[in-house]
Design a protein around this ligand. Structure first.
Ligand code: FAD
Length: 504
């Protein structure tokens, strides 16, 4: 076995992905590497990215971040899921919850019993009535989940909605305290080894040359190393995810501070609403082939639910990912590696998964091709699964009121998604993953929320009598209502637990 040598890691870029990477490496591999981050204040960061998935809590915990302190500093609110409005049909609304529907009942999932009763002609409320997370969200309440698995209040999780420009500086303080170095400056050139083709240095505008063994490209859409220097191909997925613009417009909070993000379908895309402690984030994600930037900005301005705090800002992107996020000695993390629109708040999750894989496969000396291949397999699998889940939202619609919805409703979809949808349509089966961003309840919420009804159900759900199932479901709803009724409203919980600094 080769002896491990200390690696000089150069992180290019100081946005959320750069500082998440620097903080994680400094904390988790203190004996294996020295971290040097380079960023340019003149270029700045993208400054959006406010809604997250529950996995981020594990990232913060691993780093030893104190939740209440982090939430106060980033003016964060709690997030129990995402509300989708007008997706299946105009007027529809459902919540994709962070948590389960019903309670675990052995091998057969709750939605099989639920669909069995529907097939038997029993009138039931929407499936979200059997979810703690959805019921809390609908009533604007929040308290931390119970740690006692027997309690119904243990059947949900949560994530955060936070100020995107506050998280990176927060992590910077953390990473620097652990010994990470930072250099300010614009990178104008990249040095490569004549033999191996590896990157060996980046050169700053003022002539400084910063050398390293491993380079993490967190330079955002610029993709300075993975794209510009190495020319790693980008897989363009815009035929399935045609949205390529977003217009962002923060506003004063003049309506509820909801413990959930909203994704409201629009004529040529959808808009987000993300309430923070000090303001509400809004944005319209749309396909420029169907609506102009100006019309997109006007459409958003017309519907934001508070006084605008800025002028609309347009961002451009293409859905897709690099063929390999790790090529030579360059690992691309964040926007440099790929982008999927924020419909399910997955970007920071993908950053986190890439960092976790990098920590686990961190090179002893020179990176071996098997480690690189394994890293790329993990990252690509995560991207591909998220892609399919996002496409489902567009494709499983009955909307025919605009060119955009006609396109996404009728477009050919990836085989991997077509197979998943067919499995569900036949008898409610969800493709099994042991891990990943979206497990069974996530898929069930979107299928049923967008009117994809299974023709059958798991035959094992035929065991109990209809009466006993109905009685069980009534009892569960009552239990959920009681547990939710005992919890405070979201705003009061925030004020008690993590109030933002007064100056903010
Ligand atoms: C419209 C939109 C909405 C989004 N919403 C969400 C969301 O709700 N949830 C979520 O998880 N994600 C969301 N994202 C994604 C999220 O914003 C990013 O994943 C996240 O901010 C990480 O970005 P980054 O650090 O990779 O890039 P950036 O923030 O762009 O950082 C790039 C860094 O590289 C530096 N840099 C670039 N070029 C040079 C150079 N030549 N020399 C030196 N430094 C350089 C920059 O200065 C900067 O520090 C959204 C993205 C978009 C476009």
């Amino acid at each position: 076995m080769e002896t491990a040598t200390r690696q000089r890691v150069v992180v290019v870029g100081g946005g959320t992905s750069g500082w998440m990477t620097a903080a994680a490496l400094a904390k988790l591999l203190p004996d294996r590497c020295d971290v040097h981050l380079i960023e340019s204040e003149a270029i700045g960061i993208i400054g959006v990215g406010e809604a997250t998935l529950p996995h981020i809590r594990a990232f913060n915990e691993r780093l030893g971040i104190v939740e209440a302190d982090f939430m106060a500093t980033t003016r964060a609110t709690f997030k129990l899921g995402i509300e989708f409005r007008d997706w299946g049909r105009i007027g529809d609304s459902y919540i994709h919850p962070f948590g389960t529907f019903g309670r675990g009942t052995g091998d057969v999932q709750f939605h099989h019993y639920y669909t069995r009763l529907l097939h038997a002609g029993i009138e039931l409320p929407p499936i979200e009535a059997f979810s703690m997370a959805c019921t809390l969200a609908r009533t604007n309440r929040f308290a931390q989940p119970s740690t006692d698995a027997r309690q119904i209040a243990s059947t949900f999780g949560y994530a955060y909605q936070f100020d995107a420009v506050a998280f990176a500086p927060y992590l910077r303080r953390f990473a620097e305290a652990l010994g990470a170095r930072r250099s300010e400056g614009r990178i104008v050139d990249v040095g490569r080894d004549g033999g191996s083709g590896d990157v060996n240095a980046v050169v700053l505008e003022d002539g400084r040359r910063i050398e390293g063994d491993l380079f993490v490209d967190c330079s955002g859409f610029a993709a300075l190393l993975i794209g510009k220097a190495l020319g790693e191909p980008f897989q363009d997925w815009s035929r399935w995810l045609p949205a390529d613009r977003a217009v962002a417009l923060p506003c004063r909070t003049e309506t509820a501070v909801t413990p959930f993000t909203s994704a409201v379908a629009m004529p040529s895309g959808w808009r987000w609403r993300i309430p923070l402690q000090h303001r509400t984030g809004n944005g319209y994600v749309f396909a420029s082939g169907f609506v102009s930037e100006e019309a997109g900005a006007d459409a958003l301005t017309a519907v934001v639910e508070g006084t605008p705090l800025a002028t609309p800002r347009v961002l451009k992107f293409t859905a897709g990912r690099r063929e390999r996020a790790w090529a030579h000695n360059v690992v691309a993390i964040g926007l440099a590696g790929g982008f999927l629109e924020p419909l399910e708040s997955t970007s920071l999750y993908l950053v986190q998964q890439a960092i976790t894989a990098l920590v686990e496969l961190f090179p002893e000396r020179r990176a071996s091709s098997v480690d690189r291949d394994e890293f790329n397999r993990i990252v690509n699998m995560e991207y591909d699964r998220v892609r399919d889940f996002l496409i489902l939202h567009y494709h499983a619609t009955e909307r025919d009121d605009s060119e955009f919805w006609n396109y996404v409703r009728t477009m050919p979809i990836p085989d991997s998604l077509a197979e998943k949808m067919e499995l569900f349509r036949r008898r409610g089966r969800i493709v099994k993953y042991r891990e990943g961003a979206f497990l069974d309840a996530s898929w069930v919420s979107v299928y049923l929320g967008q009117r994809v009804m299974p023709a059958g159900y798991d035959p094992r759900a035929a065991g109990p009598s209809v009466d006993s199932l109905v009685a069980g479901m009534e009892q569960m709803q009552a239990e959920i209502r009681t547990a939710v009724g005992a919890m405070p409203d979201h705003r009061s919980y925030l004020a008690e637990y993590c109030p933002m600094p007064v100056a903010a």
